[in-house]
Design a protein around this ligand. Structure first.
Ligand SMILES: [Zn+2]
Length: 298
């Protein structure tokens, strides 16, 4: 019902998966209607809002860019924040990339648990999908459809004996995210390691922050779930959907999608205001609230 922020400042540090650059990330409380906002403290506190408007190049990770200032690999941190129900937070980062930590969202959830949640005196607003929006690229597709809750269905199919077809379907809320997805780590194929390095990617990648798949198995097992790959893709999807900028009421279906399709969907939704309305949980139209609500303290 009400917007949230964190109770107290918390921080973490580590290297970025793609750049290998070491950085610190500090989460700070923020007032109502701030949203999720990154500040590059190494660049005079330059603000980059976690919004589809600021999506930059997207390949093996999602990067935000505003006026030429980049912040890479936001998806795991945003998945944790978005699923945890955190509406407003400043994230101070002194590097070009979010620390990868163990390659999952679990360390970010633990950080948020330490930070604690605080309710603000302003109603939470939701982006409620009212008509389907789809992005289709040959056999890959993603769509969002009207629903009264935030639900995702994510299907992947990698030709590998340990992966194959995997599907996750769930209502996204703090408990289900924690239980089903948060611990699922990022992964790559051993045969792709050198090509990716030569493209300037995964410079910070190691056996401590990514599952590496060999032709027949896993280089650094054991897996945390038999279908850890499908779960991680669902985690990535939720982290990219956070760029909508408000909690979602809608059902998202992703079929062999990835960061590029996820963020195209976000841009398409934001670019088509006829496909959604903004409501509160009790379905008061937001315009009416201006009259009903006492002035907020935050
Ligand atoms: Zn990921």
């Amino acid at each position: 019902m009400f917007q949230t922020t964190i109770q107290r400042e918390v921080s973490t540090e580590g290297i970025g998966l793609h750049t290998g650059v070491f950085g610190h990330a500090r989460f700070l409380p923020a007032p109502a209607d701030t949203g999720i906002v990154f500040r590059r403290t190494d660049l005079d506190n330059f603000l980059i809002e976690a919004s589809g408007r600021n999506v930059a190049r997207v390949s093996y990770a999602t990067s935000l860019m505003k006026q030429g200032v980049l912040l890479s690999t936001t998806e795991h941190l945003l998945a944790a924040i978005y699923s945890w129900g955190l509406d407003n937070v400043f994230i101070d980062i002194d590097a070009i990339e979010v620390p990868i930590l163990d390659g999952s969202a679990e360390p970010f959830l633990q950080l948020l648990d330490r930070a604690g949640i605080r309710k603000l005196r302003r109603r939470r607003r939701y982006l409620k999908v009212t008509k389907p929006v789809e992005v289709i690229e040959s056999d890959r597709r993603i769509g969002i459809y009207p629903a009264d809750e935030f639900r995702v269905q994510c299907y992947v199919d990698f030709p590998h004996p340990l992966v194959g077809p995997q599907q996750i379907e769930m209502v996204v809320e703090p408990g289900s995210f924690r239980e089903l997805l948060a611990r699922a780590r990022t992964f790559c194929f051993e045969r792709d390691v050198e090509p990716l390095r030569s493209m300037g990617l995964i410079r910070g990648g190691s056996l401590d922050n990514a599952i590496v798949l060999t032709d027949k198995g896993v280089l650094n097992g054991p897996l945390r779930f038999p279908d850890e790959f499908g779960r991680h893709k669902a985690l990535d999807l939720i982290g990219d959907l956070a760029l909508v900028g408000l909690p979602l009421l809608g059902r998202v279906e992703a079929h062999k999608a990835g960061h590029a399709l996820h963020t195209q969907l976000v841009s398409r939704v934001l670019g088509d205001p006829s496909s959604w309305t903004i409501t509160t949980a009790d379905d008061h139209p937001v315009e009416a609230l201006a009259f009903a609500e006492a002035p907020a303290a935050d």
